[in-house]
Design a protein around this ligand. Structure first.
Ligand SMILES: Cc1ncc(COP(=O)(O)O)c(C=O)c1O
Length: 412
């Protein structure tokens, strides 16, 4: 359970820094905690919160880890990652993204999350602005705040495919802008930028050389429309000196627990991250690095197989949700979430007479009355929506949709 970071009483000054007191616990973790608590109380809960693959890590990757342990890969590695893993990352970026990087432009981190945070930590001065298109992954604004930066949230409505337009980007840039953050396919909407859309954004960025670009590519392979995920750097190589490419093995290879992510970018930036990490956490787990090397270099058939399963779930759950009067969901081209529009439910009353005033009320109603755990759109910066994860069994998804339909039908 998360606890308050405030002082224990109004008269006791908090011993927690104001920097950390400004950030909040992850809303998806809080939602999962609440669902688990209700489950412990004996309630039947369908948990559609969790944003991680429900598959086991493929056997050949697990085997690489045990073999590495048996061969003695149990010691510190180079801070920036083993030579083998960084070579695998260089090869991956070339093969899959058409990007050229040298070994000293790559750093291995404890998940993509650590790459993003540490990149902010080494670049953001107090008050520097980071442009974050909304809906966004919940952690971005808090990471910026933890580095004393200023998140600049730009609402990207459903009518624009939940994507940032060139005009919006132009309007959001100020002399204080440090970064533009791009996440494609996106958590929570699955929205994915096309090469043409990147071209328009790149044209704006070329006019503002002080703006750096961070791309969070963690869902690049989870695509349902047969498209290959475009990359802004492939579209506009001139942005290379101010772009940090962030990715990892967590989602593509069902390796969330192994904690391996990476960043590729200009050597000065990567070296600064290396310096900070060397003083704060040290290298990533040696055994996980061996597993990630196998993930990137080895048999890739798991990727297509798991995406085919996600697609079946997406198609079926999307149809079930869109059949519920009052709910609608645009077809996500990627990632493993549905971001469901619940604007028609706002203003309705629950059977107990409680009005639903915002998406948080809808989510609470679904949890308490129907036993379905989801996350409110407020967590992602665009309301009124709620997010449901399809990274769970079809049985769970079917049961969840049945319960949601029943609960929505009882509103008046
Ligand atoms: C958009 C996005 N970026 C990064 C991450 C974190 O990835 P990792 O587990 O590699 O730290 C997540 C996890 O939910 C995510 O949704």
């Amino acid at each position: 359970m998360h606890r308050s970071l405030q002082g224990s009483s109004v008269n006791t000054p908090s011993r927690i820094s104001s920097r950390v007191r400004r950030i909040k616990p992850s809303p998806s973790t809080s939602a999962a905690d609440r669902a688990n608590e209700l489950r412990r109380q004996g309630k039947s809960i369908v948990n559609l919160v969790v944003g991680e693959p429900d598959f086991d890590t493929p056997a050949h990757i697990r085997r690489a880890a045990t073999e590495a342990m048996d061969k003695g890969a149990t010691r510190y590695t180079l801070m920036s990652g083993t030579v083998e893993l960084r070579q695998a990352i260089v090869a991956k970026l070339k093969r899959e993204n058409g990007l050229d990087y040298a070994m000293n432009e790559i750093i291995v981190t404890s998940g993509a999350k650590s790459a993003i945070y540490n990149a902010f930590a080494v670049t953001v001065e107090p008050g520097d602005e980071v442009i974050i298109p909304a809906p966004y992954w919940v952690s971005y604004p808090d990471m910026v705040i933890a580095c004393e930066g200023q998140p600049v949230i730009v609402a990207c409505p459903e009518a624009n495919g939940f994507k940032l337009t060139a005009a919006q980007l132009e309007a959001a840039i100020t002399p204080r802008t440090r970064w533009l953050l791009i996440n494609s396919p996106s958590n929570p909407t699955g929205a994915s930028y096309t090469a043409a859309e990147y071209r328009a954004l790149a044209d704006v960025l070329l006019k503002h050389p002080h703006v750096m670009v961070m791309t969070d590519d963690i869902y690049e392979h989870i695509r349902f429309d047969g498209e290959t995920t475009a990359h802004i750097l492939a579209v506009e190589p001139a942005l290379r000196d101010r772009t940090l490419v962030v990715n990892g093995v967590s989602k593509t290879y069902a390796m969330t627990g192994w904690r391996i992510g990476f960043a590729a970018g200009p050597a000065d930036l990567v070296t600064a991250m290396d310096t900070l990490l060397s003083q704060t956490s040290g290298n990533c787990c040696s055994v996980s690095q061996a597993a990630a090397t196998m993930a990137l270099n080895g048999d890739q058939s798991f990727v297509a197989e798991s995406v085919a399963v996600y697609k079946q779930r997406r198609d079926r759950t999307l149809a079930n949700i869109n059949a519920i009067p009052g709910l609608s969901c645009a077809t996500p081209p990627g990632a493993f979430y549905l971001y469901i529009n619940c604007s028609d439910l706002i203003g309705k009353k629950t059977p107990a007479g409680k009005p639903l005033q915002q998406d948080g009320d809808v989510v609470m109603y679904l949890l308490e009355n129907a036993g379905v755990a989801t996350v409110a759109g407020t967590a992602y910066g665009l309301s009124p929506y709620f997010r449901l994860s399809i990274a769970t069994s079809i049985e769970n998804l079917d049961e969840g949709c049945k319960r949601i339909a029943g609960a929505v039908a009882e509103l008046h």
